[in-house]
Design a protein. Sequence first.
Length: 63
Amino acid sequence: MERHKYVYYEEGGFFIGFWEDFPDYRTQGETFEELIENLKEIYHELNSGEIPHVYHVGELEFA
């Protein structure tokens, strides 16, 4: 099972969220449960190549 972190907040009666690895691609839901379903859907789209020019987050370690 894969685990990925997401960020969410509530604004104007909606739950807004995005995957930590894809901060430019946000989704929303009227309920928290709807947000979770929308996050799963957009994660699939981001990783399947359906969305062109996806920005990714990387990490470097320096000595």
